[in-house]
Design a protein around this ligand. Structure first.
Ligand code: OXD
Ligand code: MN
Length: 592
């Protein structure tokens, strides 16, 4: 298949270790994938759904002990512990290799070793990178074939190069006690054992495109970020691109696929999706920052997705999609999840495959749900009605604005602009979100999640902050402007004040206007806040006073915030960039 010596050597070693009965290269052909789908159906690994209503769609169920990413079992293994930093689990690489080789040894006996060559990003793009994943799971092969560009043509692009990421996945016996997701950024290697759940085993996604790639970006002078990318088209047909990072449960996929309010659609405004989860960004020949979405599909959370919350995501799942851990509606062999619609299925199997009793459904008790709360769809990006025509082009899109955000009931205003790139890095480094009633545990607890990268940064986060500052220096006056948004301010009764969803377009328009020097702003202690009249409220049931209210910066709240940021910074010790300490001191002085 290849004459690349580094590939042949690694595959020989892996094969000798796992000892498979057969070896199959994934060539990228539809015939091969179709044969694998048929095999997975014959063994019960997947269920073929109603092919008239959901052509090319399948359902898969994981083991109940294997339904989410496992952050406490995720490791960054670097020679020096300090390289991994205070926010990652660390293990000595040799110790981890020995442990995981012992776990994986011989476990492909009676199984097939699938070799998946894949490209993260359009094949041949100057921003794309190549990986090879070895797996014993057909489910992994079929998901990788949706989420990445797979096939032998990737090997042609790789040629003799050693610049590719090794990924070994071994299902073993899906033992949670021996589950490990280990990254060796200094060796471009990932090993995942004892899981068969997406985020732990689709090694191109979080493992490569964020943890390994963030390390590569640090070494090579580019950025791998947990960001959506969208294009905002104005009535003149001009498109400006925005990259945005949010912690989970803040509506990232919804923002990526936003449908503008009717009055803006009528004027000719449109939103195009380039990516919903990950952005790789490099400085282009003109000195601006260009982004690609390294993925080829969406691995989205199903519950809560419906025609109203995210029409485009729902449309994306109507063909060639793999559903994981949703409910099976036996009446017509289709799928269902909480929040899809109000018609609770009366004849259905819940996500574990047992008969579901709709009469026992209790919103407050997740154990009565039909779909697992983290059930997913794996859908081809090309299914999305608003996919950008730039999505598949390798050059990437020039980023005008970077947006950070979180869920803050009282703190951050609806939107504000940082005073500089450095100030924007400060805002990103202090990013936080409050827990909601939807999750177990106390409500309103603030969790710091810098740039939404806390679980995904493959090296010391203090070095990561410095890398952001260095990128800003290289970009100079071509750097994107940095903003922060908060859709989640609440009134005294805890109700959201801002309508969110498609109406967030009103805020995006102000952001783009600011990038073009077309909108005014008021300077506050934390940054530039819109003049209330510059946020268009047409057709909205909201008065100016309410808008003013969610644009206010409450000094008392922010003094508390500054003290919390100081506390958050302590864990980085002396490694915290001096510039960020200065930014914090400036904020404190501004708040006096
Ligand atoms: C995801 C995540 O699955 O961020 O995208 O957890
Ligand atoms: Mn994500």
């Amino acid at each position: 298949m290849t004459t690349n010596k580094s590939v042949i050597k690694w595959l020989d070693e892996v094969k000798a270790l796992v000892n498979p009965d057969n070896v199959v290269w994934i060539d990228g052909s539809e015939e091969q994938l179709e044969a694998l789908r048929a095999e997975a159906v014959s063994t019960g690994e997947m269920i073929k759904l109603n092919q008239e209503k959901l052509p090319g769609c399948y359902l898969h169920r994981t083991l109940p002990n294997d339904v989410a990413r496992v952050e406490d079992r995720t490791f960054i293994c670097t020679a020096d512990k300090e390289t991994a930093g205070p926010t990652n689990n660390w293990c000595d690489p040799q110790e981890m290799y020995t442990k995981l080789y012992d776990i994986a040894r011989g476990t492909y006996k009676g199984r097939t070793m699938y070799i998946i060559p894949y490209s993260m990003g359009p094949i041949g793009s100057p921003i794309a990178k190549i990986g090879i994943e070895v797996t014993d799971s057909i489910y992994v092969v079929l998901n990788m074939a949706i989420m990445t560009r797979v096939g032998l043509k990737v090997l042609d692009v790789l040629g003799d190069s050693n610049d590719w990421v090794r990924g070994l996945h071994a299902k073993c016996n899906v033992d949670p006690e021996n589950r490990y997701i280990a990254h060796f950024p200094e060796d471009n290697t990932i090993i995942s054992v004892n899981s068969a759940y997406g985020g732990n085993v689709l090694l191109g996604k979080k493992c490569f495109a964020l943890r390994i790639a963030s390390y590569q970006g640090w070494k090579e002078g580019w950025m791998a970020e947990h960001m959506l990318i969208l294009g905002l088209e104005n009535p003149k047909g001009e498109v400006k691109y925005i990259a945005a990072a949010f912690p989970s449960a803040c509506g990232k996929t919804n923002l990526a696929m936003l449908i503008p309010p009717e009055y803006l659609r009528e004027k000719g405004y449109k939103v195009w999706t380039v990516g919903d989860d990950i952005a790789w960004m490099k400085i282009g020949p003109d000195g601006r920052l260009y982004a690609i979405n390294p993925e080829n599909g969406f691995f989205g959370v199903a519950p809560g997705t419906n025609e109203k919350s995210n029409f485009n995501a729902l449309e994306s799942t109507k063909k060639n999609t793999i559903f994981t851990n949703v409910a099976l509606d036996l009446n017509d062999n289709t799928v269902w999840w909480e929040g899809l619609n109000k018609n609770l299925p009366t004849n259905a199997l819940e996500w574990k495959g047992n008969k579901w009793d709709a009469s026992k459904f209790d919103k407050a008790d997740k154990s009565t749900y039909a779909a697992h709360p983290n059930s997913r769809f794996t859908a081809p990006a090309k299914n999305c009605p608003c996919i950008s025509e730039e999505f598949d082009k390798g050059a990437g899109v020039p980023i005008s604005a970077i947006v950070f955000g979180g869920r803050r009931a009282k703190c951050a205003p609806l939107v504000y602009q940082s005073k500089s790139w450095e100030n924007g890095v400060f805002i990103g480094s202090a990013m936080a979100s409050e827990t909601t009633a939807a999750a177990a545990g106390a409500v309103g607890v603030v969790r710091r999640d810098p740039m939404a990268m806390l679980p995904f940064c493959g090296y010391n986060m203090a070095d990561y902050f410095q890398h952001w500052l260095d990128m800003g220096e290289k970009l100079g006056d071509k750097a994107p402007k940095i903003f922060n948004v908060n859709w989640f301010r609440t009134d005294d009764d805890g109700n959201f004040i801002w309508p969110g969803f498609g109406d967030n377009m009103r805020v995006l328009n102000w952001i783009v206007d600011r990038c073009e020097g077309k909108a005014d702003a008021t300077e506050t202690a934390i940054g530039y806040v819109p003049m209330p009249e510059d946020i268009d409220l047409t057709d909205l049931d909201m008065d100016m006073d309410t808008l003013k209210d969610i644009l206010t910066v409450d000094k008392e709240v922010w003094n508390k915030e500054a003290a919390e940021i100081e506390e958050h910074y302590k864990k980085f010790g002396d490694k915290l960039p001096e510039e960020l300490r200065k930014q914090l001191e400036t904020l404190k002085a501004n708040l006096k």
